[in-house]
Design a protein. Structure first.
Length: 133
């Protein structure tokens, strides 16, 4: 039994499907996903830059195509864009872990509303210099 056969519809937010799979062509996997009404967005990473291959991937049901080599940041941005379009959800503007809230727009951190509103001084280490208090 293949992974595709074990996968219920909408089990994943995004599928990254390489066209050069060991036992099966990636285009046929994407085609089968679409025939089974699996609407999971598909990103195709591929070395070939020819327009014909990109068009074949998109016509088979792929949602985006990324030529290699690529930066991980671009892959992550494309995956996030596919999730955003599929869910029609706005991009999150904050991350919350327990009482800590990180505002991604202002790059500030604070304690959650359960506690009084206060700014938390930021450490001066180089690993946290991208966040500003």
């Amino acid at each position: 039994m293949t992974a595709l056969e074990r996968t219920p519809p909408q089990a994943y937010d995004v599928a990254v499907v390489d066209l050069m799979l060991p036992r099966r062509d990636g285009l046929s996997v994407i085609d089968q996903m679409r025939r089974q009404a699996i609407d999971t967005p598909v990103l195709i990473p591929r070395v070939r830059r020819s327009v014909d291959y990109r068009v074949k991937g998109l016509q088979a049901g792929g949602d985006d195509y990324l030529t290699r080599p690529f930066a991980f940041a671009e892959l992550l941005a494309r995956v996030r864009a596919l999730v955003r379009r599929a869910t029609r959800a706005p991009e999150p503007t904050s991350l919350t872990v327990d009482a800590l809230v990180l505002d991604l727009l202002s790059r500030r951190r604070r304690l959650s509303a359960l506690l009084p509103e206060t700014a938390i001084p930021m450490p001066t280490s180089s690993t946290s210099s991208h966040l500003r208090s």
